[in-house]
Design a binder for this molecule. Sequence first.
Ligand code: RB5
Length: 146
Amino acid sequence: MNIAIACDHAALELKNQMAEHLRKVGHDVKDHGVKTLDSVDYPDYAKLVVKDVQAGAAQVGVLLCGTGQGMAMAANKAKGIRAALLSDTFSARMAREHNNANVVCFGARVLGPELVRECLDAFLAASFAGGKHEKRVGKIMDMQGC
Ligand code: RB5
């Protein structure tokens, strides 16, 4: 799978760990930074990943900041994006099966790397269930016109 990943200064180490993990399990990972601990504005990095997902260059985007909140808020403003802020493996699976999320967000100041790795694995192993969820996801996307 093609996966785009980015973080702000608060999540540099976690981003590097997750990029390495994703590559190790066979994904093609495009790392949009950051590469240093210099303070940045997380929406700028959310935008880079979102653009890859919108263009189809990435099937999944991964965004990490201190809490994951800012990244999720920024990504969810973008057309066609369904970003899920994750902190447990059940929600990770459901974010794919029921919500067909195409971006996942994590907080590096909240979660440890083992849990984030498990959440990523659970999300990527799942697939959208379709059926009644199709209509609901369509209604989520209609919210972008509100
Ligand atoms: C940066 O200090 C912090 O605000 C950011 O990483 C993130 O937590 C925002 O949601």
